[in-house]
Design a binder for this molecule. Structure first.
Ligand SMILES: [Zn+2]
Length: 299
């Protein structure tokens, strides 16, 4: 092969490689069911999303698998919920990725609610960030903007696509918020007390004027004390709360004791930690299920 034809082969290969590179999709690995939806909606055809945490899995108890590490290593962007949700495996994940892949803890880019030492945390312990930001539609709007900006930064070829898709998704979120406001308005303010197993609805409560009494803490692995259970029962009776919302992560003995002693009935199950199977498979479906369940049970 002469010098000239060798150069031609090289040039053609280079062009093919460049074109392939330009048309390549952004590979996203997501550790949040909500962020998987946002990435798919905003990314459209320019992005492939691998959801490492599936709808219905408990993100608090999640254990990193070797498969997750290979999927994350092969991606361009790893999306995390943030606000401490991945605390048990974040260091291992970052070590495995060796800074070759961008890791974006989306929740860390948007405002936080915190739970202080006077609210059931160990004395002297610092404030803890509440990780359940997706239970506020306005926080989810901010998360959408964070994801859009990450895509724009990674792929300058499709900026207009990302902006248009994000605008459409944000409009759908605002429409969802209007529906939630109308539905919540059916419930008088003095009936907006939400008793749940774990403390996942503070962001929701802030947006729609609810008071929260949670049996467990911010995660699903904390057993409540006898004193706390007694106080919750007294509060339910005092406020005449008609229904409470328990998860199967709660010790069944505690669930039975609270419903028996307080006289409140079980109001149904909520999607507390992101998307779930059934009608909670989409963000709008999850939110509508929660709001309908809460309002109809408390009316
Ligand atoms: Zn939770």
């Amino acid at each position: 092969m002469g010098l000239q034809s060798g150069c031609k082969v090289f040039c053609v290969c280079f062009l093919l490689f460049s074109t392939a590179k330009l048309q390549a999709q952004i590979k996203v690995a997501s550790f949040s069911t909500v962020l998987s939806e946002i990435a798919e909606k905003v990314g459209g055809k320019n992005v492939t999303v691998t959801s490492l945490i599936k709808p219905g899995q408990d993100p608090h108890e999640y254990q990193l698998t070797p498969g997750d590490l290979s999927a994350a290593s092969a991606s361009d962007l790893v999306l995390l919920s943030g606000k401490g949700m991945e605390a048990t495996y974040l260091v291992n994940l970052r070590d495995a990725l060796l800074k070759r892949v961008q890791v974006l803890a989306v929740g860390d880019q948007i405002p936080s609610l915190t739970k202080g030492a006077d609210e059931g945390k160990e004395p002297g312990k610092e404030e803890t960030e509440d990780p359940h930001w997706w239970n506020s539609i306005s926080e989810t709007e901010k998360a959408t903007v964070v994801v859009r900006d990450a895509f724009v930064h990674l792929d300058g070829q499709h900026i207009a696509d990302y902006q248009a898709s994000a605008t459409a998704y944000l409009a759908a979120l605002r429409e969802l918020d209007s529906w939630v406001k109308r539905k919540v308005a059916e419930l008088p303010r003095n009936q907006r007390t939400l008793v749940t197993s774990h403390d996942a609805f503070q962001y929701f409560a802030k947006d729609y004027g609810f008071q929260i009494d949670s049996i467990e803490g911010l995660t699903t692995d904390q057993e409540p004390s006898v004193g706390h259970v007694t106080a919750i029962i007294a509060e339910i009776k005092k406020q005449g709360v008609k229904a409470i919302f328990l998860e199967n992560t709660l010790n069944p003995k505690v669930s039975v004791e609270i419903t028996r002693e307080s006289g409140a009935r079980s109001g149904g199950s909520l999607y507390a930690d992101g998307l779930g199977p059934g009608d909670g498979e989409t963000y709008a479906g999850m939110f509508q299920h929660n709001v309908t369940t809460i309002v109809d049970a408390l009316k």
